[in-house]
Design a protein around this ligand. Structure first.
Ligand code: FES
Length: 173
């Protein structure tokens, strides 16, 4: 059957995979089959959808609903949502207005008022928005920030990848 009612794309790229995405994807597929939903819900794995720090992530089409931080315990709710007439799992939905997304956007906006920010100041911003060292390290690994040095002091620059994600224009002049 080629014409599916819904399609689920489950990110299994490295950051989501480190947080158990492969196991979650496997279980979701198994449960779809067990519930007889595999004939009209197609579940595929995919590459990064660039919200890695919030993973494991998946997207449900045709709505384009993003579920973030999906855990094994969420699978029964997701399965119910995929049944005919099922309601989306509100607690997992990520939108531009979700608290965690808004927090990150504000942090990056504040970090972008100049072309670079001292590393200590960036860490203070992270703390202000309840984000820890592990999150900052992940931003560097993903290429959202770059650690550099200016006048012998450690600084952080926000990359175009992060600016694009959060819709932040380049600082002019
Ligand atoms: S690794 Fe899954 S969103 Fe990037």
């Amino acid at each position: 059957m080629y014409w599916f009612r819904k399609q689920v794309l489950m990110c299994t790229a490295s950051h989501c995979m480190q947080k158990g995405a492969n196991q979650i994807a496997g279980r979701l597929r198994m449960e779809l089959k067990r519930k007889g939903l595999d004939h009209d819900v197609l579940a595929n794995t995919c590459d990064s959808i660039e919200i890695c720090d919030l993973g494991p992530n998946l997207v449900v089409y045709p709505e384009g609903t993003i579920y973030r931080n999906v855990q094994m315990k969420d699978i029964p709710k997701i399965i119910r949502s995929l049944q005919e007439g099922g309601e989306p799992v509100e607690s997992l939905i990520l939108t531009p207005d979700s608290d965690d997304e808004v927090q990150r956007r504000k942090l990056f906006e504040e970090a972008c008022v100049a072309d670079a920010i001292p590393t200590d100041d960036f860490m203070a911003l992270a703390e202000k928005y309840d984000l820890d060292q592990a999150w900052v390290d992940e931003q560097a690994r993903r290429g959202f920030i770059a650690h550099k040095e200016r006048d012998g002091q450690p600084i952080i620059t926000v990359t175009s990848k992060a600016r694009n994600r959060y819709g932040i224009p380049l600082v002019s002049g």
